[in-house]
Design a protein around this ligand. Sequence first.
Ligand SMILES: Nc1ncnc2c1ncn2[C@@H]1O[C@H](COP(=O)(O)OP(=O)(O)OP(=O)(O)O)[C@@H](O)[C@H]1O
Length: 278
Amino acid sequence: MISVENLSFVYEGAERRALDGVSLRIPRGAFAGITGASGSGKSTLLRAIAGIVPHYLRGRFFGAVKVGGLDTLENSPQQIARLAGFVGEDIESQMVCETVEEELLFGLENFAVPRAEIEGRIASALEMLAISHLRGRKISSLSGGQRQKTALAAMLALSPQVLILDNPSAELDPAATENLYSALAALNARGMTVVAADQKVGLLCRFATQMIVMAEGGAALCGTTRQVMNETETLASAGVMLPRRIELGARLRAEGLYDGDMPLDIPRAAAMVRGISQ
Ligand SMILES: Nc1ncnc2c1ncn2[C@@H]1O[C@H](COP(=O)(O)OP(=O)(O)OP(=O)(O)O)[C@@H](O)[C@H]1O
């Protein structure tokens, strides 16, 4: 679905490479989590997948990115957006209308969606995120979480095959974060490919099927979540804050007390502890 071949990128006016020789593949139907320290290149990678880099944010671009077979250099961000919806970190700049309904309508009209389909698309996108009750609300009156979901609903109404999200939990409290990721998992279960960058590794461990760990502009690790989270030393040297349960697993493994996979969630951590105490 998404392929990145030897991608390097230097922002206009910058000295160092924001991305440096990144190659990876994200298969159709995956839930890919991207993590890494601040400044490691997560946002730039997502912008390159969405075509924003280098079409809107300019610079020196080397290598190739393809989304659903479309080369992002040969196609405009608008063409890429028909396949892959992007919700950036700066939600405010993405919102252009006064009310939630108008915001969804704006994208649909821009994409010239036939009139007869519009009502059904708006209703089902709002329903998928459980925000039908916000339909008539002014965007200025919404909470951070409600705005995040409105931006996401505006993307979902366009029926993209891929959803790309940059730091979606940044403005959310733990309950709203859980709620948002559960909604993303439900969309993924229906076949949508999800690509989300987040520094909350514990969260990605639970929801993502694939993980990409960025370090200094490169993809330090890329594979299934199970494979990547077993590489605890590389994760630590990439500056990734390991969830407590994985820190514990790594310590038990170093002590020779445990040789299984790192526990991706609490039930697996409990099973690990039960296993060593028997
Ligand atoms: N618009 C821009 N113009 C110039 N340099 C940029 C721009 N955006 C990012 N950079 C630089 O590119 C590098 C990678 O930044 P990027 O935002 O992709 O990292 P990140 O991992 O998403 O960081 P964070 O977790 O803090 O959002 C950094 O050195 C950053 O300063």
